[in-house]
Design a protein around this ligand. Structure first.
Ligand SMILES: [Zn+2]
Length: 312
């Protein structure tokens, strides 16, 4: 829960009211998880200095002082400068946790083929970047890509040894990639196998401006017509989608990230119909459209290798 008010007294009253309300259902506020802070300035509270801004659902939300040229305006007849700007960014905690996940996967794949490592990392990187694509993430994405590069260089060196440093060239290539928005990017390094399987980079995810959501709407109210219309997407089976979303606790079954209201989603057959999978509830899952593309590519590759095994 986030409570925002310009009046500290109101915030404190809310805290009391929330405690009372939680008590009635046998719960209580965890003091170590509760913070009272200001969104622009550091404050002294309970003998502690609280830094400005707060983390929520993996995002850091705070305001930054800006000069008059970058400042927002209040609008209206007597419009005046606000003097600060609100930025939502990936929280430091979320960035660290994500880096740890990537590090763990790279360690687990010390001796595995490059393709296995890329196949494991891609959904993690794409899913994470997608979750943060509607906020101020460019700086974080670039920072993460250089960290991943360092980790992969170490992974490569541990396989081929420092003596054969030039063997790095077997794993890293220069190249051009085409992004989902049609733009091309020239990269000085791509972590790429000889047959073209390429590691996804965080900063390939186009940042999209968030569209304001109707204040009383939530994806959990089952009103899929609203969400579908908002995205310009036709969902023909809203019940199925709502049911799956509930079953998956709001997360994509491929990348594990929360499905946000602006995500394009698709219903996938876990076992593809081409491999005998049935069109029944337990064989269905909800995926982001880009995750669905990844999975279908993998399903097709599996189908090919299955056919090859059968003919062997
Ligand atoms: Zn996903």
């Amino acid at each position: 829960i986030v409570v925002i008010s310009k009046d500290l007294g109101i915030i404190e009253q809310c805290k009391t009211a929330i405690s009372e309300w939680l008590k009635s259902v046998g719960l209580e506020i965890k003091p170590e998880k509760t913070r009272i802070c200001h969104t622009l300035n550091p404050i002294e509270y309970n003998g502690k200095t609280e830094e400005p801004g707060f983390d929520f659902l993996g995002f850091n939300i705070r305001q930054y002082p800006v000069g008059k040229y970058k400042s927002g305006k209040t609008g209206g007849g007597n419009s005046r400068l606000i003097g600060h700007k609100t930025y939502i960014k990936p929280s430091n905690k979320a960035v660290t946790a994500h880096t740890e996940v990537i590090k763990g996967v790279i360690q687990q794949h010390k001796t595995a083929p490059q393709s296995a490592l890329i196949g494991k990392l891609n959904p993690i990187i794409r899913g994470w970047s997608n979750y943060y694509s509607a906020v101020v993430s460019t700086e974080t994405f670039n920072k993460l890509d250089s960290i991943v590069w360092l980790m992969l260089r170490a992974w490569t060196i541990s396989r081929c040894g420092k003596a054969s440093y030039e063997k790095l060239g077997n794993y890293f290539h220069k190249g051009t990639v085409k992004l989902s928005n049609g733009k091309e990017r020239h990269e000085s390094w791509l972590f790429k196998t000889k047959d073209g399987l390429t590691l996804w980079q965080h900063n390939w995810t186009p940042l999209v401006r968030h569209t304001i959501i109707r204040p009383d709407a939530t994806p959990y109210d089952g009103n899929w017509t609203y969400w579908a219309t908002r995205k310009g997407q036709a969902i023909d089976t809203p019940n199925r989608v709502a049911k799956l979303l509930k079953k998956q606790k709001g997360k994509c079954a491929w990348c594990g990230q929360y499905i946000t209201p602006s995500d394009l989603i698709e219903v996938d057959h876990i076992v593809p119909r081409s491999l005998g999978g049935k069109d029944e509830y337990k064989n269905l899952q909800l995926l982001h459209r880009h995750c669905h593309d990844d999975k279908t590519a993998l399903d097709n590759a599996k189908a090919v290798s299955l056919t090859m095994e059968q003919s062997d």
